[in-house]
Ligand binder design. Sequence first.
Ligand code: SAH
Ligand code: SF4
Ligand code: F3S
Length: 490
Amino acid sequence: MDAQSLDFHPTSLYLGAVLHLNPGSMKPPRKLHIKSYGCQMNVYDAQRMVDTLAPEGFVETASAEDADLVILNTCHIREKASEKVYSELGRLRVAKDEAAREGRTMQIAVAGCVAQAEGEEIVRRAPVVDVVVGPQSYHHLPELLKRAGDEGRAIETEFPAEDKFGFLAQPKPDAIRARGISAFVTVQEGCDKFCTFCVVPYTRGAEVSRPVAKILDDVKRLADNGVRELTLIGQNVNAYHGEGPDGKSWPLGKLLERLAQVPGIARLRYSTSHPRDVDDSLIAAHRDLDSLMPFVHLPVQSGSDRILAAMNRKHTADDYRRVIDRFRTARQGIAFSSDFIVGFPGETEQDFRATLALVAQIGYAAAYSFKYSARPGTPAADMQETVSPAEMDQRLERLQELIDSQQSAFNKAAIGTTVDVLFERAARNAGQIVGRTAYLQPAHVIASADIVGQILPVRIGSLERYSLLGELVTQHPAHAPALSPIATGA
Ligand code: SAH
Ligand code: SF4
Ligand code: F3S
């Protein structure tokens, strides 16, 4: 899988220049450039910001230089991620000066988790910023831009009482179609877990679940406009407990079961889940729903119980193993990805070896690993850091080597098998169409573009880096799912 297919990786995205002006308002078009870092939630939020600004006359542009409004949608998860904002703002200062020389006004807004965490500090460090807006206030953007125009600056990092989802604009049909056949839908936001290393409970606030009826409306609109694959997203998505149409609280498994019935939706995924919130409804969904993909991102962070306790994960390595076993019993061929942190305060060589042992035992299709980064305001920031930078580098390298070997064995196991691929778009190489397997592996075939949106069996011939290359199976597919020794835990 490529590095951007899961969450929290820097994604600089251009959402597609979609012209959907409100003809009633007839405001002159203004150009908007939005750049997102961090997790899938930011990708989703960027789309909602574009949709909310469209009636104000904003149209997307691929370059920051000619934009009337630049939004940096930021991530605070590690120091490196959040420092990126300031180097980007340095570049934008030059672009803003240049625009002023040409007689244009460029507004610069900082959104996302750095905006929430640092608030006014951002304008102190970078006076070029006109608007700072936290993740719970995106529906106020039009008003904040106006206020910044009138008063020189606007900062909003409150957690407003109203539900922003009720106020954020939904995409018009042409915008949905321009974004392709795979869509994210936020079903849950925020986190009440308070892992000691993590900023998310502070930047995104307390857990909130959207009502089932609202999610269904969004999903039907997406499906009516060509979306075939949904990824339900939330910082803690399996803590979902939204109000159902029966007035009761629905768990994620029940929501998935309902969404699987929406005509047109062929594949369902969800991210990111927490091992402690895996309940019977989710396991049953994996057992019963063909459209629920057998690939689960289930971060564990460490294989050492001592470190897991210090991280406040509230589960042990054995608890995690048991959760994995429940998934495997329910669904043949299910595969997993995870996140790991190396060098957490107090992590010894023995603790780190417990992480390696857990990885070796579980066998992942993919995983992300990070060096611990102390974040201001989190409990772990007050803990004594005991692992030297050199030792951290070395542990990261050892862990990544093991993960890489598992990932490459998993991908190689697909060679020679026939797998279902949902085709997404024309590939960069002329004549090729690219799609994804159930395990999110990119798969390329030579075919005509009319297969986009279809799920077709592909005979995999080879592997090039992380991409599978194959041929469409045109005859009757007597295919079996691609099972690898790693995926089955054998
Ligand atoms: N909600 C998800 C994770 C969100 S953050 C979960 O509970 O698993 C994504 C990943 O970033 C985390 O899984 C963790 O591995 C990593 N991460 C978070 N805070 C970090 C920190 N302070 N230093 C290094 N990595 C961190
Ligand atoms: Fe952060 Fe832990 Fe919440 Fe995940 S569960 S978002 S790591 S506090
Ligand atoms: Fe980053 Fe905020 Fe997501 S800190 S990982 S953008 S929730």
